[in-house]
Design a protein around this ligand. Structure first.
Ligand code: PLP
Length: 465
């Protein structure tokens, strides 16, 4: 019979077979040994007192005391007079090594890491989030702690719809907004529904979020097809040739080239969607951080029946919150809601209310204003140190164009040897090509001083100043 002890001390499932010929004392000893070796009981972890464990297992206290004494003698447990019995450090260390779960030595810290896609984690709005969660816990009715509607909390859907109409010129109303755990989930759910409806291909931008889209497509059993991007956005003629009727695009700030989709290109793309009965999945990437260009509204606002707009707080607040949304054409809404319900029965209701509270209070906008100033400063640092840089109109990454003939891989490796993490565009090309040689330099989570030090350390490699 499995017996779990709770309360004082760690929880651990012990299975005692009272019909077995093996004595109960041996069973308890053996199971504790196995738990320690497997790391289920960690070094230093406190075991329940012999009295508590004996009561939980329905055994005599003396039997448990004998087990503990035996395991102490074998070096699995330690105990000092007057203090609790604990797992011995050596025992758990041996166990972790034996199970191969120990970590390799940490790599040497970098002077600067220009990886992309993460906002400044040092400036994550901890206090605002704690305040919003506190407000919700103090004021929300009991029913807020129940399962909520799978497509999201009605209040957040209303607040977000209003926000997206105001800030992104989206044609968004609460009955079209579905709350999900980020763009990644929204994309996966929509592709699954489209696959169920007979779509067999999904076109994606090349360069682009190659891995993300390929993974989501494969999981939905739909073929990912790369379509080139030029200086105006996705090549719509090539898209038409791809024979896909679904396209994933990043019009606000193309990931990763940084191109802002030109107005004519937007109209061409929407004409393609109408002509081919197509669906555009707009990843409204980096829309929050614009610098010296006019705001560009969401594509969804121009064709709400053809465009799914996907958004996230991963860049505006923090990726760990796992909160995002999809603004859906009415024809897709119910099926995507059903898919969301199957996936997880809905996103955390308390977190949804906290986001609604943050937006309504004005703290969300205030955080964005602060962060825009931080990223604008870093953008200036990048421009000052890197000679050929593009894609800086928005967001917190840019493209450095290496001199013709330079080897992207060699530059990346040489920078790494000097303690600077830089990343090649080849990671984002469908065929992994290094031609032309380019770097994708993220500066969201790279402090100003580290940026300056890092860029100085690799100036000669990138033809810099
Ligand atoms: C192109 C692109 N869009 C959106 C996201 C955000 O995804 P999520 O909302 O799932 O965190 C990422 C994350 O790195 C991304 O690379």
């Amino acid at each position: 019979m499995p017996v779990e002890w709770a309360g004082w001390g760690p929880q651990l499932l012990l299975e005692l077979d009272r019909t077995s010929a093996t004595p109960l004392r041996s069973q308890v000893e053996h199971q504790l040994r196995v738990a320690i070796r497997a790391g289920r009981l960690a070094a230093g972890e406190r075991l329940p007192s012999s009295r508590v464990l004996a009561a939980h297992l329905g055994l005599s206290r003396g039997l448990i005391q004998d087990c503990y004494a035996q395991l102490q003698a074998e070096g699995y447990l330690t105990a000092h007079t007057g203090s609790a019995t604990r797992v011995a450090p050596m025992a758990a260390g041996k166990a972790a090594r034996a199970s191969g779960r120990h970590r390799p030595p940490a790599p040497k810290p970098l002077i600067a890491d220009f990886s992309s896609g993460v906002p400044d984690l040092r400036l994550a709005p901890r206090q605002d989030w704690a305040w919003a969660i506190g407000q919700v816990c103090r004021t929300a009715p009991n029913v807020a702690f129940d399962y909520g509607p799978p497509n999201g909390d009605p209040r957040l859907r209303e607040v977000l719809a209003a926000y997206l109409r105001r800030v992104r010129a989206a044609d968004a109303y609460p009955n079209q907004v579905l709350i999900c755990t980020g763009v990644a989930q929204g994309l996966g759910l929509v592709l699954r529904v489209l696959a169920d409806r007979g779509h067999t291909r999904v076109a994606f931008e090349d360069p682009g979020a190659v891995r993300t889209v390929r993974d989501a497509a494969r999981s939905a059993r739909i073929d990912p097809v790369p379509v080139p991007v030029d200086e105006h956005g996705i090549d719509v003629a090539a898209l038409a040739r791809s024979r896909s009727r679904v396209a994933v695009v990043t019009p606000a700030h193309q990931w990763p080239t940084g191109v802002v989709m030109a107005p004519e290109r937007r109209h061409e793309l929407l004409a393609w969607a109408r002509e081919h009965d197509g669906i555009v999945l707009e990843d409204d990437y980096d829309a929050e951080f614009r610098y010296d260009r006019d705001p560009v509204g969401a594509l969804q606002g121009l064709a709400p029946d053809r465009v799914v707009s996907l958004g996230t707080v991963s860049k505006s607040l923090a990726p760990a919150l796992r909160l995002g949304w999809a603004v859906l054409p009415p024809a897709l809404f119910d099926d995507v809601t059903a898919a969301k319900s199957v996936a997880d029965r809905g996103t955390s209701g308390i977190d949804q209310l906290a986001l609604a509270t943050l937006i309504e209070s004005g703290r969300y906008d205030r955080h964005l204003r602060r962060m825009r100033a931080v990223y604008a400063r870093r953008r200036a640092i990048l421009s000052a140190h890197v000679p050929h840089v593009t894609g800086l109109a928005a967001g917190f990454h840019a493209i450095a164009h290496l001199p013709a003939g330079a080897s992207e891989r060699e530059v990346v490796a040489a920078a790494r040897a000097r303690g600077v993490g830089i990343y090649g565009m080849s990671d984002y090309r469908a065929d992994g090509s290094c031609d032309p040689p380019q770097l994708v330099l993220g500066f969201g989570n790279t402090p100003d001083a580290a940026m300056e030090a890092g860029l100085r350390a690799i100036a000669d490699l990138i033809g810099g100043r």
